[in-house]
Design a protein around this ligand. Structure first.
Ligand code: ATP
Length: 353
């Protein structure tokens, strides 16, 4: 008995299989394969024009793939029109009905499904409560703040209990503070509703905060998929490394001992590489100030205060390359712009591209 259950849990809810879509000469989505699991909060992340929205629209059924398949619980949903798919797309613009109250906006989708009045009432009440909208149920959209409108749009999608909710830049219209609050809110709602969320965002921090797993796209191609930790700690290429979080890149050489050499200072590496010109990548939190004589000499060019910590922006003394490190706010206090310091890297955390 246990085996089929395990198999069911491990098999993907949604399988995107070699999906491609071109608009004229633009390959908007260029052969993407991805598995998304049940109850997962999945983020599609990438720079503008990388194909995120096109992929989402194909999942929703508003755009037909040129090739490839989209499977939901093992069934090809490509022939189904949007309204027949158990996937619901929440639009960037919210698309609320302006002449209807919050409650009527939620009722609408269920009335279309011809549910009984009692069923509609109880599902709408439950969703209003979970999205903190009960007291606003009689207001019209233009009597709501941006964050409240966003919650109504979300509630309207959730009330239909889709298997998968697709969200295109759902927090795009909100200011930074509200955005951060809603990120946690969305995550809580997803968890409580037990619905798979696929969210499109170009904001890497947002993806890191919310997603169980994420995919990085560029020019219609999938570069890497994994948990936020995997992608942050082991970016598959230079583009991903630069796109997620802050990364220092230093040009130098790998010498005969397999160490990275820049400006005459030598840095051990976690993996063996043959001698060649190379770029070292290291996150600011893995750079430290040292007294070691042979360390990398830099001059502090700027100090930025971030509350909890300070970012020390530096330039290597000889080759004038930029890099930064982070120090606890107090520890950072004793340094000043123009000062020369020496830097070492945490060898285990260095990568070569
Ligand atoms: P953004 O973050 O700016 O919304 P995106 O990653 O969502 O970008 P898409 O909207 O999927 O990107 O667009 C991918 C590529 O396909 C872009 O080069 C875009 O110009 C092109 N494209 C998208 N829709 C169409 C269309 N209907 N006709 C022609 N080209 C299109």
């Amino acid at each position: 008995m246990a085996e089929p259950e395990t198999r069911r849990m491990n098999s993907p809810l949604l399988r995107i299989d070699q999906v491609a879509k071109a608009f004229g000469k633009t390959r908007a989505v260029d052969g993407i394969s991805l598995d998304i699991r049940e109850n997962e909060f999945f983020a599609l992340l990438g720079p503008s024009g990388c194909g995120k929205t096109t992929l989402l629209r194909m999942l929703a059924g508003f755009e037909a793939p040129d090739s490839g398949r989209i499977l939901l619980s093992g069934n090809d949903i490509s022939p189904l029109p949007p309204e027949k798919r158990p996937l619901n797309l929440m639009f960037q613009s919210y698309a609320l009905f302006p002449h209807m109250s919050v409650r009527q906006n939620l009722n609408y989708g269920l009335e279309m499904e011809r549910l009984s009045k009692a069923e509609i009432r109880s599902r709408v009440d439950e969703t209003l409560a979970s999205t903190d909208l009960t007291t606003l149920a009689d207001r019209k959209p233009d009597q709501l703040s941006g964050g409240q409108k966003q919650r109504v749009a979300l509630a309207r999608a959730l009330v239909k209990r889709p298997k998968v909710l697709l969200l295109d830049e759902p927090l795009g219209a909100l200011d930074k503070k509200l955005r951060e609050k809603m990120q946690l809110e969305l995550k809580r709602l997803q968890h409580e509703a037990g619905i798979t969320f696929i969210i499109v965002t170009h904001d890497q921090e947002e993806a890191l905060v919310m997603a169980d797993r994420m995919a990085i796209l560029k020019d219609g191609k999938l570069l890497q998929a994994g948990t936020p930790e995997e992608i942050y700690e082991e970016p598959s290429d230079r583009f991903v490394a630069n796109f997620i979080g802050v990364m220092n890149f230093l040009d130098g050489q790998i010498d005969g001992d397999g160490a990275f050499v820049v400006d005459g200072s030598k840095h051990p590496l976690p993996m063996r590489h043959g001698p060649r010109g190379a770029t070292l990548a290291v996150r600011p939190e893995h750079v430290s100030i040292t007294q070691r004589k042979d360390a990398l000499r830099v001059v502090i060019s700027d100090i930025a205060y971030h509350g909890l910590d300070r970012a020390l922006h530096c330039k290597t003394k000889s080759s004038q390359q930029s890099l930064q490190l982070r120090l606890a706010a107090e520890a950072g206090q004793k340094y000043s712009v123009g000062q020369e310091v020496k830097l070492a890297f945490n060898a285990d955390k260095c990568r070569i591209y």
